[in-house]
Structures are given as C-alpha cells and as structure tokens.
Design a protein around this ligand. Structure first.
Ligand SMILES: O=C(O)CCC(=O)C(=O)O
Ligand SMILES: [Fe+2]
Length: 187
C-alpha cells in the first residue's frame, strides 16, 4: 500500500488461544454503549466499546471522552505478546464489540492528537471475521480491503493514519459477534 505501512499477521494467536480470549473478553470487559454526536445530531454508537490503560489519560474521539479502566490480566498478556513484534510499549487499549452485522465503525482515521504523529496501532481481532476497508484520503481510486480473521494482528504505522481512512462496514449476512482490540500509545 502506498503512503502507508500496514502489516497483517493472520495467525498471530493460535485458534485455541483466540477462542479462549474471545470468551473471556466478552464476559469480563466493562462494555459500554456511548452516544456519538455528528453534525449536531446524537445517535447510539453502532457497537459497544471500552477503554483500558496503565495510566489515567482519557481518550477523546467523535465527541466522546473515555476514561480508562486498569488493564486486566488478559489484556496485559496480549500487550506482552504484541510487544514481541512492535518496538513500542503501549499504554492503552480501545475495545470494540460488534454484536451483529448491523454493528459497524464508520470511515475515520486514528489521528487524535493524544496519539502523536504517525502513531503505531496494533489491532487484534477475535470472534467473527469481518471486512476492514481502507480508502486513500486524496485519491478515491485507491482502496484496499482485508478480511480480519479471529486471532489476527493488523499493524498500522508510518503514514497510514495521515493518508488513509478505514472502516468496518455493516453486513446483511447473519454474523456472530466480533471483538477488536486496538493497542495505542496515549500520552
Ligand atoms: O474493529 C476494527 O477492526 C477497527 C476498529 C477501529 O478502527 C478503531 O477502534 O479505531
Ligand atoms: Fe480506527
């Protein structure tokens, strides 16, 4: 991909480990339903979310300010695995639970100022496989998509957030729940 540094590891976690983590995360994370305000109108976000971190730094996006919970044992284990392939030590994890095909994540880039310039974002997926779309900000002919499999890791770094948007589209298919974790450095 031009203007980006994206690496995909389809089997970062074993099948067995991915299934175990999915169940534990689904049952132990403090999932919350937030409202988002877009152009002055307020809607329930089309997914559940949570923020965990090893500091107290809040994270603000789409007019939502999230306060972190302390990392759980499983999140610390995942963070340790990620840091074997990433060069940085993450502070925070934003979690998304997509309950069914009507849950989604609209076009955006992870470019909040708390993330700094050219952030490294490590994205782990569990449960239902869902499509992840990219589109270039300046050239609408440039598009990519990746089917994010359970147990996979997607690393986004370099100019990825500066130059590309990403989304998880809705699907009309009958699908099972999916959990996504994005580890970030929030200062
Ligand atoms: O669910 C995903 O794979 C993407 C999540 C995402 O883009 C985000 O939380 O910023
Ligand atoms: Fe994102």
């Amino acid at each position: 991909m031009i203007d980006a540094d994206v690496r995909y590891y389809p089997h970062f976690f074993s099948k067995n480990m991915a299934e175990k983590l999915f169940k534990i995360l689904k049952n132990t994370i403090k999932w919350q339903q937030d409202d988002i305000t877009v152009f002055g109108k307020t809607y329930p976000q089309p997914r559940l979310t949570a923020l965990y971190a090893n500091n107290d730094n809040a994270y603000t996006y789409s007019n939502i300010t999230m306060k972190p919970n302390p990392f759980t044992k499983e999140l610390l284990l995942i963070k340790k695995e990620l840091e074997k392939v990433c060069t940085i030590s993450f502070t925070s994890c934003l979690l998304n639970l997509y309950r069914d095909g009507q849950d989604s994540n609209g076009w955006h880039s992870d470019n909040e100022k708390e993330l700094g310039h050219n952030p490294i974002i490590a994205s782990c997926s569990f449960g239902q496989a869902r499509w992840f779309h990219f589109k270039h900000k300046n050239n609408k002919n440039l598009k990519q998509k990746i089917l994010l499999q359970p147990g996979s890791l997607l690393l986004m770094q370099g100019r990825t957030q500066e130059c590309w948007l990403h989304q998880i589209p809705k699907t009309q298919k009958k699908v099972e729940p999916r959990i996504n974790l994005t580890f970030r450095l929030i200062t």
